[in-house]
Design a protein. Structure first.
Length: 290
């Protein structure tokens, strides 16, 4: 922990507390779109303090709520429809889907992240049972050798794996994202990938509003491909579909003030402008070796 940093985020793991606090806030609403009964336990006062110290922190929950809504629904459908037997949750942070979603008991679920954040999660949730066969993998995903060994192990144990990368890729450089995509595609059993993406417009907005906080915590965002899911085609992945966080937020009633009116007027905008508004969201990618 870098105690000399005065900002709300002390290190990259604090971003997990930020995200989980937004899940806790949504879960407490009488009209909550999902219930994460563990989020409040995991973040405690620390997570609430982070949100309160972020400029306009409380008002920004809509984006995280939208992506959670998209992923929850897609994960359940893919597991059921595609007979997924393994989930590989990269940079899992304080995600609790293995505990809160109605998953098959036979499903293998791996949460992968840095030791400190996963140890914290283990300690808080030790009295609770996951709904599937869960394993916590304490691994620095920037360690290519350790990462490769683990991926190989998972590929040998599974027939159909769903990879999830929520709140992860944006912290990579384009080259690191390409390297990860290439490595994952080498394993035919890694058939599906739900990848959260930012667009250039959204990245600029985040850096303008919160860039100083992320920079102080050594959590700089770099990856926001202008070509969207098409970025992954040369690296072995076929874009199947994409769900915009902006459109999802409008659909579920969590969009910021004025978003509905903005959306109505997009019929008068050039297509290029509309595309830029909808480049942040979740992409479903399919392994070309499938």
């Amino acid at each position: 922990m870098n105690s000399h940093i005065n900002g709300p985020l002390k290190n990259i793991s604090d971003t997990a507390f930020l995200v989980a606090t937004y899940r806790a806030i949504e879960s407490e609403r009488p009209d909550a779109l999902f219930k994460d009964p563990f989020a409040s336990l995991l973040v405690g006062d620390h997570g609430r303090t982070i949100v309160n110290k972020m400029s306009g922190g409380k008002s920004q929950s809509w984006f995280l709520v939208a992506r959670t809504s998209i992923l929850d629904s897609w994960i359940i459908k893919l597991i059921e429809n595609e007979k997924i037997d393994t989930v590989l949750n990269l940079a899992a942070g304080l995600d609790t889907r293995a505990y809160r979603l109605p998953l098959p008991t036979s499903l293998k679920w791996f949460d992968v992240d840095l030791p400190a954040i996963l140890t914290h999660k283990e300690n808080i949730l030790k009295s609770f049972s996951p709904t599937c066969r869960f394993e916590s993998i304490k691994l620095d995903l920037s360690d290519s050798i350790a990462r490769s060994h683990f991926f190989k192990r998972v590929s040998q144990e599974s027939k159909k794996t769903l990879v999830i990368s929520e709140g992860f890729l944006m912290y990579l450089t384009p080259q690191q994202a390409a390297n990860l995509a290439t490595e994952l595609s080498q394993y035919p059993s890694f058939q599906f990938w739900l990848a959260e993406l930012l667009g250039p417009l959204q990245l600029k907005w985040i850096k303008l509003k919160w860039g100083k906080y992320f920079k102080a915590a050594n959590a700089v965002m770099n990856f926001a491909p202008a070509e969207g899911p098409g970025f992954f085609i040369p690296y072995g992945w076929i874009p199947h579909s994409f769900k915009s966080s902006f459109l999802e937020a409008i659909k579920i009633g969590r969009a910021p003030w004025g978003a509905n009116f903005l959306y109505l007027f997009t019929v008068f905008f050039p297509k290029s402008v509309v595309k830029k508004l909808n480049t942040a969201g979740i992409a479903l990618l399919i392994n070309a070796k499938k």
